[in-house]
Design a protein around this ligand. Structure first.
Ligand code: ATP
Ligand code: MG
Length: 154
C-alpha cells in the first residue's frame, strides 16, 4: 500500500494518543520533510513495529517526566524516522543484542512477567519485511534512540 508519510505519522500518534496521555508522556513530533511523499508499507505491520518501540520507552522509562521524541526526515531515497526516549539507556555491551529473540537485559529490572524479549526482534522483522532498516543507539543514563529507514514508493 502506498501511504503518504505524514498521514502515516498522524495515524500513529492518534493511535498512541490515549496511552501517552494516560501516562502523561510528552510526545514531541518534528517533521523535517519538505513535502509529503508516499512510502510503501503495510500500515498495521509498521504500526506494530513502532508500538513495540514506544512500548519499551513506556515500560523502561521514568514514571514521571518521560519524553518521547519522533523526527521524520528525508535522507536521499529514504524516509528516516527517529524515535528517542529519555529513559535509562542501554549499556554499550548489551546494545548489539537487543534485537535478538528472547534477549532481555536485566531480568530483575522489569519484574514484568509479560515481557518475553521478543518486541524488538519482531519490530526488526517487520521493518525488514518492508526492505527497511532499524538500528539503535543509546547512552546509559541519557536515553535510547531508534532509527528506522523506509523506501519511498516508486
Ligand atoms: P517484550 O517486548 O517481548 O514484552 P522486552 O521489552 O523485554 O519484552 P524487547 O522489546 O525485545 O523485549 O527489548 C529487549 C531488551 O532491551 C529489553 O528487555 C530492555 O532491557 C531493553 N530495552 C529495549 N528498549 C529499551 C528502552 N527504550 N530503554 C531501555 N532499555 C530498553
Ligand atoms: Mg518490549
Amino acid at each position: 500500500e502506498q501511504v503518504p508519510v505524514r498521514a502515516f505519522m498522524s495515524d500513529l500518534t492518534e493511535e498512541l494518543g490515549l496511552e501517552l496521555e494516560e501516562r502523561q508522556v510528552q510526545f514531541l513530533y518534528t517533521d523535517k520533510m519538505e513535502q509529503d511523499l508516499p512510502v510503501s508499507l503495510d500500515r498495521k505491520r509498521m504500526h506494530q513495529a513502532l508500538r513495540n518501540i514506544v512500548g519499551n520507552a513506556l515500560k523502561y522509562g521514568p514514571e514521571k517526566g518521560l519524553v518521547i521524541k519522533a523526527e521524520l526526515s528525508k535522507q536521499g531515497d529514504l524516509a528516516c524516522l527517529k524515535l528517542s526516549d529519555n529513559g535509562p539507556g542501554i549499556p554499550a555491551d548489551k546494545l548489539p543484542h537487543i534485537f535478538d529473540r528472547f534477549y532481555r537485559i536485566d531480568k530483575e529490572r522489569t519484574k514484568d512477567l509479560m515481557s518475553t524479549g521478543l518486541g524488538l526482534a519482531i519490530a526488526r522483522e517487520l521493518v525488514e519485511a518492508h526492505r527497511g532498516s532499524i538500528t539503535a543507539c543509546s547512552e546509559e543514563g541519557k536515553g535510547t534512540c531508534f532509527t528506522i529507514t523506509l523506501h519511498f514508493a516508486e
